[in-house]
Design a protein around this ligand. Structure first.
Ligand code: AQP
Length: 352
């Protein structure tokens, strides 16, 4: 039996994106599409995770002026993609000091062995891990605090975040067990934190690079042709899809025919996700045909779905006062949840 079994928690959604570089199709299909949908059914909080942005070298995140610009741009992207500040609390993480305070408590709950297993740290630190920041190593603990400071029960993310979500559940579980007596004595029931569910769904939970179907589409790939940015023009979107790597064969009629063909599988998955269709549905329509015909259809679909987002983003970027108002209002709403949770944690821990 888990510690969660006897305590019920208010359903609540939290997720975030880093303000580093431009958001891309992977961020959009892997996470954003679900974020927008969940506004209709859940209490939703979406943050711009600026404290995570500074975990890499300054040359990567670009320094203070670039960070200020990127926080506003990502907020503009959130709004342009359909996040509604009346429905969701939209805010930047550094406004709520409780994220960092809870992260410190969780640093003392999480075990080094758990963090040593995190594959994203290994990928991002590369061979020279002695030169990586302590913050990059500790990133998943801050992410656990981002989620649990709101006692969030669901976290819509792309597939690459699955391991970090498992760590978040381990931290919540260990906190609930280590402090079980105090949690009960303080009148919080059998468990203080929920074990949040990762929501990884849809046909494009891991969008791959357009230049290499075995690599994740990512902001930090040096080749701009590897990704479709949400700021790309219609011409650039169409060009990148036409130039996307494919193999010599045509499109199969069954999904099993995509096995071992990562580039083809990626493009069909992207089409399905953009069209709200399944992979099987797309192959029913285009299977057996030439790849060039399918690429043209994908380019048209991607332009129709994505090009308006860039236009909307520019409209929001031109109004920094509005963006700042959204972030301020979102932070007030977020703080109203986070501050009492942190006060409870201080009591549970014995801080006087
Ligand atoms: N390629 C992807 N496919 C599906 N989902 C993805 N996500 C990211 N890349 C893909 C999801 O987008 C959300 C926000 O991600 P993030 O901004 O926190 O940063 P990230 O995962 O580090 O994004 P990048 O582009 O991969 O950045 P770099 O290049 O710095 O490593 C998350 O829900 C993530 O799962």
């Amino acid at each position: 039996m888990t510690t969660e079994a006897k305590t019920s928690f208010t359903p609540r959604v939290l997720s975030g994106m880093q303000p580093t570089g431009n958001l891309h199709l992977g961020n959009y299909l892997g996470a954003m599409v679900n974020w927008v949908k969940m506004q209709a059914t859940h209490e939703t909080l979406y943050c711009v995770v600026d404290l995570h942005a500074i975990t890499q070298a300054i040359s990567v995140w670009g320094g203070p002026n670039e960070l200020r610009r990127a926080i506003r741009d990502v907020t503009a992207a959130y709004l342009a993609c359909g996040l509604d500040p009346k429905k969701s609390a939209i805010f930047n993480q550094s406004q709520i000091a409780e994220h960092s305070e809870l992260a410190w408590v969780f640093n003392c709950v999480a075990r080094i062995g758990w963090l040593d297993r995190m594959t994203q740290f290994k990928e991002k630190a590369g061979k020279d891990k002695e030169k990586a920041s302590v913050g990059l190593y500790d990133y998943p603990v801050l992410m656990a605090a981002d989620i649990l400071i709101y006692k969030a029960t669901s976290v819509p993310v792309g597939d690459d975040q699955k391991q970090h979500l498992e760590l978040t559940r381990d931290i919540a579980q260990k906190f609930n067990i280590d402090f079980a007596d105090s949690i009960r004595e303080q009148g919080f029931g059998d468990a203080y934190f929920p074990l949040p569910d990762p929501m990884i769904s849809g046909p494009a939970t891991r969008v791959m690079s357009l230049r290499d179907g075995t690599k994740k589409m990512s902001k930090s790939d040096p080749s701009d042709l590897s990704r479709i940015n949400l700021t790309d023009s219609a011409e650039d979107i169409a060009k990148k899809i036409r130039k996307a790597k494919t193999d010599a064969e045509g499109l199969p009629t069954e999904a099993t025919g995509l096995k071992g063909r990562p580039e083809a599988e990626n493009l069909v998955g992207i089409y399905a996700a953009l069209d709200g269709n399944s992979v099987e549905g797309v192959l029913k329509q285009y299977g057996g045909g030439q790849f060039s015909t399918f690429k043209n259809a994908l380019a048209d679909l991607a332009v129709a779905k994505l090009a308006p987002i860039a236009g909307e983003m520019n409209r929001y970027i031109a109004d920094p006062g509005y963006i700042e108002g959204v972030l301020k209002d979102g932070a007030n709403r977020a703080r109203a949840i986070a501050a009492p949770v942190m006060a409870d944690v201080r009591k549970i821990m014995g801080f006087v």
